[in-house]
Design a protein around this ligand. Structure first.
Ligand code: AMP
Ligand code: MG
Length: 407
């Protein structure tokens, strides 16, 4: 049995980075961008109106007010997408809509509300005076040509997609998605929706894995629930080793008489790097490599599988795509935490913010078969092995579940 720290460093030494691929912008969501994105033009690209109104020469309307309107000659329209070539001379104005190019000669916009309104009438009364540059979005005021917009390695969220679209990028160079095989083992496992016979239970782990793989940025290429039978395991695994970057199993790696997963891995030539880690839950944790494929065998208890995925597999998927590992943050316990003597102890927990401090408490359900302990959790709380008890007021590390919020 090795420590969590040793296990992490062994895995670290085996993780490889995936290549990139060019994908259409709408397929890049959630991926990791592989090169810096630079502005190929300034933003705004041209001086344009921030309001629906009239483009004017501010010097023409000095002193204008409701009681003292100034009449200008309306020479045309500049609308978004349809600019006007006309030049504004003294005493003239032009109808100018939001986003429309400011006509040459104009230096300000008067909101339509402060005029007699849009019409084909050649005379428009202006009832307010404005400073030069009023309601004009200036070329380059937000971004200059050549500015770096997004750094290589950034996770693409709606903000990044929006910026890439704004600057005209139709395709992006992003990390490939790790191809992942997930499988569960157990003669007792039945799919939800079917009827259970005596001694059977529903397979829940693969549903959790499948969602987690997607959330972490990977792609499930192969997925199956297999009987505790060597030949089924062999045929699934030999295929997975050929086509996938990561193979993740649940169940069948412990000491049970029918726990064949490890044997089959080894029969297929997988090199075992470790099999047991000083952690609870999830002590039987297999890690091996077959060619380049990384193989992680998690124990079948639903909490061990879920926490094991988050602690061991999620960072692997992230790193393969070139992103940073999720960092732990420090929180203060409001309830005792059941520290173990020689094992790293993980539990689902709830964290929240009070008076600027992050507080947390572990789930009261501590059995590794009790998946309901994850229901109201927003974090995984972890404690180093120690003889010293952790009590309310003590600080502890938590990993926030990335799709949950902290309030
Ligand atoms: P194992 O690691 O195969 O010894 O399984 C440990 C426990 O987890 C047993 O109670 C199994 O029935 C249960 N288990 C294994 N696989 C799954 C699964 N896919 N979904 C839910 N429970 C499972
Ligand atoms: Mg089993």
């Amino acid at each position: 049995m090795i420590s969590v720290k040793e296990a992490k460093s062994i895995i670290q030494g085996k993780i490889f980075k995936l290549d990139s691929e060019v994908v259409p912008l709408d397929r890049s969501m959630g991926r990791i961008i592989f090169e810096d994105v630079v502005a190929t033009f300034p933003s705004p690209r041209f001086n344009n109106s921030a309001m629906d109104g009239f483009a004017v020469r501010s010097s023409d309307i000095i002193g204008a007010s409701k009681g003292n309107p100034i009449t200008l000659k309306n020479i045309g329209i500049s609308s978004a997408g349809v600019p006007s070539d006309l030049i504004l001379n003294e005493g003239e104005c032009m109808q100018c809509m939001t986003g429309a190019k400011i006509p040459t000669g104009s230096d300000a916009i008067v909101m339509v509300e402060h005029t007699t309104g849009f019409s084909d009438d050649p005379n428009v009364q202006i009832m307010i005076e404005v400073q030069p540059e009023s309601h004009i979005r200036k070329r380059g005021e937000e971004i200059q040509k050549g500015d770096k917009l997004i750094s290589k390695g950034t996770h693409i969220t709606p903000s990044e997609i929006g910026i890439c679209a704004t600057f005209g990028y139709g395709e992006l160079n992003v990390s490939k998605k790790p191809k992942i095989a997930i499988f569960g083992t157990g003669n007792e496992l039945v799919e939800p929706g079917e009827n259970l016979k005596e001694g059977e239970i529903y397979n829940s782990n693969l549903y959790v894995f499948s969602d987690l793989v997607g959330k972490a940025g990977g792609e499930v290429l192969m997925q199956d629930v297999l009987k505790d039978n060597k030949s089924y395991l062999e045929s699934f695994l030999s295929e997975a080793l050929k086509s996938c970057d990561v193979v993740i199993s649940s169940g069948g790696v412990s000491m049970g008489r029918f726990d064949y997963v490890r044997d089959v891995f080894i029969d297929l030539g997988v090199e075992e790097h470790f099999w047991k880690v000083a952690q609870k839950p999830g002590r039987p944790l297999f890690f091996g490599t077959g060619n380049k494929t990384l193989i992680i065998g998690l124990p079948g208890n639903p909490v061990s599988s879920y926490i094991g995925f988050m602690i061991w597999v999620w960072p692997i998927i992230n790193e393969m795509m070139g992103t940073n590992i999720v960092k732990s943050i420090e929180a203060e316990l409001t309830e005792p935490f059941p520290v173990e003597n020689i094992k790293y102890r993980y539990l689902f927990g709830k964290a929240w913010i009070k008076n600027g401090k992050v507080l947390c408490k572990p789930s009261r359900k501590i059995g590794s078969h009790m998946l309901t302990s994850s229901l109201n959790a927003n974090c995984i709380i972890g404690a180093e092995p120690s003889d010293i008890k952790l009590s309310p007021g003590d600080s502890i590390l938590i990993n926030l579940l990335p799709w949950k919020t902290i309030e």
